[in-house]
Ligand binder design. Structure first.
Ligand SMILES: C[S@@+](CC[C@H](N)C(=O)[O-])C[C@H]1O[C@@H](n2cnc3c(N)ncnc32)[C@H](O)[C@@H]1O
Length: 327
C-alpha cells in the first residue's frame, strides 16, 4: 500500500492534533486485518502506537493478530506490555510459546506480569503446567497472576494440590488470596441480616457508657461504618493510662470488638495523630508518640485492611484547647 492509497487519505481526515480518534481505530479494525497491521507498522512515534494499542478494544473472532508478535520485542516497555495485553485477547494457543519465551528474557516486571496474565486468560488446560511453574517466581505479583490463571481450574485436584500449600507463602498478598479461596469459612447467610440492612435497635441511638461495655451489646457484623476519635494517650485529661503500652492494648481491645461488629468490606475511620508529652523539667526532654504508626500493626494483625490516610491540615490559628474559645 502506498501513501496515496485510500487509507492514507482517510487517516489524514481522522487525525485531530496528530492523534487518531477511538472511532477511527474501531473503524480501521473492522475494515480488515491487513489495513490495521499496515497502519501499525507505519507508526513512527511511540505515542501514536500506545494510543492505538490502548484503544483496540474487543478483537473480532478469527482476528489475525500476527502483527502484534514483533511488538513484544519493542524497545519501549509500555508497547511490549500493550502487545501482550492484546495478544491475550486473541486466545490463540499458538502464541503461548512465544509469550513464554518473551517472559523468560523480559526484564520489566509489569510486562512480565501482563504476559503471565495473558497466558492465564487463555483458560486453556494445556497452560496449567506453565502456570504451576510460575508459582515459584520471586515476584509475588507474578505468583498472584499465576494463581488467578489457575483458579479457572479450581475443581482440578492437581491445581488444588499445588495452590493450597501457598497458604504458607512468605508474601501476605499470596496468603490472603489462598486463604480466601480455600480456607475462609463461608458462613451460612441464614442467621445474618442482608448486607445493606442495619438493626433497628442501633439506629439513631446515643449511648453514654464505657466503650468496651457498650460494644458487648452490638451484634456481630451489624455495622457499616465506625468513625472514632480515641483519646490521645495521656496528652489530654480524658482518661489516664498507666503506660503507652497499656494505652495501645486498650485500643487493641476496642478495635478488635469493632472488627467483630463490622460488616465484611465495611469501614473504620480512626481520627488520631502523633502527640507530644511535654518534658518534666528543663533538664529532661519531651517525648513524641507516633500513635498512628504504632497502632497500625495492631489493626492489620486483627484483620483490618489499610485503605488510606487522610491528612487534616489545621490552619495556623488552631490552638491546643479548642473549647477554650478558639477554633
Ligand atoms: C479525642 S476525644 C474525642 C472527642 C469526640 N470527638 C467529641 O467530640 O466528643 C476522646 C474521647 O473519648 C472518651 N473516652 C475515653 N475513654 C473512653 C472509654 N473507655 N469509653 C468511652 N469513651 C471514652 C473521652 O472522654 C473523650 O471524650
Amino acid at each position: 500500500m502506498t501513501d496515496r492509497s485510500p487509507i492514507s487519505e482517510w487517516e489524514n481526515t481522522n487525525r485531530i492534533d496528530g492523534v487518531f480518534s477511538k472511532k477511527y481505530i474501531a473503524e480501521l479494525k473492522n475494515r480488515g486485518n491487513s489495513d490495521l497491521a499496515h497502519f501499525i507498522a507505519k507508526q513512527k512515534d511511540n505515542k501514536s502506537l500506545v494510543f492505538i494499542l490502548e484503544n483496540l478494544g474487543y478483537l473480532p473472532k478469527n482476528f489475525d493478530g500476527k502483527f502484534l508478535i514483533p511488538l513484544l520485542n519493542h524497545e519501549y516497555s509500555k508497547i511490549r506490555l500493550l502487545a501482550a495485553k492484546n495478544i491475550a485477547k486473541l486466545s490463540n494457543l499458538d502464541n503461548t510459546a512465544i509469550l513464554l519465551q518473551t517472559y523468560q528474557k523480559e526484564t520489566d516486571t509489569s510486562v512480565k506480569r501482563e504476559i503471565v496474565s495473558a497466558i492465564g486468560r487463555m483458560r486453556n488446560p494445556d497452560n496449567k503446567k506453565i502456570l504451576i511453574d510460575l508459582l515459584q517466581d520471586n515476584d509475588p505479583k507474578i505468583v498472584c497472576q499465576a494463581i488467578r490463571g489457575l483458579l479457572v481450574f479450581e475443581n482440578d485436584s492437581e491445581v488444588v494440590e499445588k495452590l493450597k500449600p501457598l497458604i504458607n507463602h512468605p508474601n501476605e498478598m499470596v496468603r490472603t488470596v489462598i486463604y480466601k479461596e480455600f480456607f475462609a469459612i463461608t458462613e451460612s447467610s441464614q442467621n445474618k441480616s442482608p448486607h445493606p440492612a442495619s438493626h433497628d435497635c442501633l439506629k439513631n441511638v446515643v449511648v453514654n457508657s464505657d466503650v468496651l461495655q457498650a460494644l458487648k451489646y452490638v451484634p456481630d457484623e451489624s455495622i457499616h461504618l465506625t468513625f472514632t476519635s480515641p483519646p490521645y494517650y495521656n496528652a489530654r485529661d480524658y482518661s489516664i493510662y498507666p503506660s503507652y503500652q497499656h494505652y495501645l492494648e486498650f485500643l487493641e481491645k476496642v478495635f478488635r470488638e469493632t472488627h467483630r461488629i463490622t460488616k465484611e468490606g465495611r469501614f473504620l475511620i480512626v481520627n488520631t495523630s502523633p502527640i507530644i508529652i511535654p518534658r518534666v523539667s528543663r533538664s529532661h526532654s519531651s517525648r513524641r508518640y507516633p500513635i498512628p504508626f504504632d497502632l497500625h500493626p495492631y489493626l492489620v494483625k486483627m484483620g483490618w485492611e489499610f485503605i488510606d490516610d487522610i491528612i487534616w491540615l489545621k490552619p495556623e490559628s488552631c490552638v491546643k484547647n479548642r473549647i477554650g474559645g478558639f477554633m
